[in-house]
Design a protein around this ligand. Structure first.
Ligand code: ZN
Length: 432
């Protein structure tokens, strides 16, 4: 989640937001209200209770709201074809309708950051073939067309926000936890219907690029919902495998890219708890201070799920310093490429050349093993806010083609496409 609407792209330091201090909805930030700045209007007539309680309710055809699609769609409309190739489940995946790279056995992909539950809460039908593609780039059919077989899907919650994903302030623990559980249940409901398969162990990676449900690694973006370091285990048991201690605005545990601050005492304890569980640490959105502390304190895997190179978008704490890229590399992590245009170039309209610049810079500083997708395609902006030909999952082959033309080798492209995320998962997840 980028919160493009709050102009975090522009090297902004928000007014100090201390840990535990309320962050009121509607607070002004660069002339835009923080919590009413979602550019996508909510669907009308939609009840969040439908997500909470709707698992056993009406079949899809009688549903009145797209918001409930995560849990109660009639299974008769489930596809029996490979989402990528539409060839039927007994046929090997050939990598998407637009695949142009033909040297690898297949072109199945992994995206390290998408906010699917957040989308669902805005009324987007995650399974429909007829969403408004000009406004929404991502849902399951679109991911299938792009041959994305594993995605990291967020539990995104927002402090100071009265939307279903929001909670009032950092100390409003119950509300934060409730908001995240709502999204967790949405993913679990999708899994119970066979639409997705949640990745919990290394065994869940076997056959990952074969036809079948898209696999989902659950990523918590902002840790206020974890009630205490001791409660991290409950979230792990529920399927969460990666945690970023904060979103932009900071949390009880850490300063964020728009709310400077260190790890709190509870944040340091949380790092140890997450390590003990084998949770992957996501550095995206951490303040510089908190980022350095997580790197120093943690023992487990560290990645940045959706951040670009600060040296190419100077002054924006949302992105990674070369020092952080090197630290991630030293720990065998990855830097997920974020495709939001203002995160690729902050002084002009970004193009595919800017995509290649960021990828090549990560390669130069951290090595090709750090390259990965972390598109954030649905992170609060529309496809037109991304570079031409890099706006939707099905554009992935065009992105890879541009990277090949920019000099990436086939092996490096394979790493970018899937292998580097796979390495992180294979070395971090529990075996069974
Ligand atoms: Zn984000």
């Amino acid at each position: 989640m980028n919160c493009a609407r709050a102009t975090y792209a522009n090297a902004v330091v928000m007014p100090q937001l201390g840990h535990g201090m309320p962050s009121a909805a509607g607070q002004e930030h660069m002339g835009k209200p923080i919590c009413s700045c979602v550019p996508i209007p909510r669907a009308s007539g939609v009840s969040v209770a439908a997500i909470t309680n709707g698992a056993n309710k009406a079949p899809a055809k009688s549903r009145t709201s797209p918001r409930v699609v995560g849990l109660i769609v009639d299974t008769s409309d489930m596809t029996r074809e490979c989402n990528c190739c539409s060839k039927g489940l007994d046929t090997p995946c050939s990598g998407g309708q637009n695949a142009t790279m033909t040297t690898a056995p297949n072109h199945a992909r992994i995206d390290g950051h998408l906010d699917l539950a957040y989308l669902a809460m805005q009324g987007i039908d995650l399974e429909s073939n007829s969403i408004d593609r000009a406004r929404y780039g991502v849902n399951f059919p679109a991911l299938g067309k792009g041959a994305f077989k594993i995605i990291f899907a967020t539990l995104f919650t927002e402090v100071g926000c009265d939307e279903p994903w929001g909670y009032a302030n950092h100390m409003d623990v119950d509300a934060a936890a409730r908001a995240a559980r709502l999204q967790l249940r949405l993913y679990q409901g999708l899994e119970s219907r066979g639409v997705i398969r949640i990745v919990r162990t290394q065994a869940d990676l076997i056959g990952w690029n074969s036809p079948g449900p898209i696999r989902v690694v659950i990523l918590m973006e902002g840790a206020d919902p974890i009630e205490s370091p001791q409660r991290a285990q409950w979230w792990f048991e529920q399927g969460v495998r990666m945690v970023g201690l904060t979103w932009a605005k900071g949390s009880r545990y850490a300063g964020g890219n728009a709310a400077p601050g260190e790890l709190t005492a509870a944040g340091k304890e949380m790092v140890r708890s997450l390590d003990a569980l084998g949770m992957i640490h996501d550095l995206s959105h951490l303040s510089d201070q908190a980022c350095a502390q997580v790197i120093a304190l943690s023992k487990g895997a560290i990645v940045a799920s959706h951040s670009n190179c600060r040296s190419l978008v100077p002054g924006n704490e949302r992105h990674l310093t070369d020092e952080t890229i090197r630290a991630i590399s030293a720990r065998d992590g990855v830097c997920g490429l974020n495709l939001y245009g203002k995160f690729l170039a902050n002084d002009r309209v970004a193009t595919m050349d800017d995509v290649a610049r960021h990828v090549k810079h990560v390669r130069e500083v951290g090595g090709a093993k750090c390259l990965a997708f972390g598109s954030d395609f649905d992170g609060g902006f529309t496809p037109s806010d991304c570079p031409e030909n890099a706006q939707r999952p099905e554009d992935a082959p065009k992105i890879e083609q541009a990277l090949a033309q920019a000099g990436l080798t086939p092996v490096e492209l394979e790493g970018f496409r899937s292998e580097n995320w796979l390495r992180v998962l294979r070395t971090s997840l529990p075996k069974n």
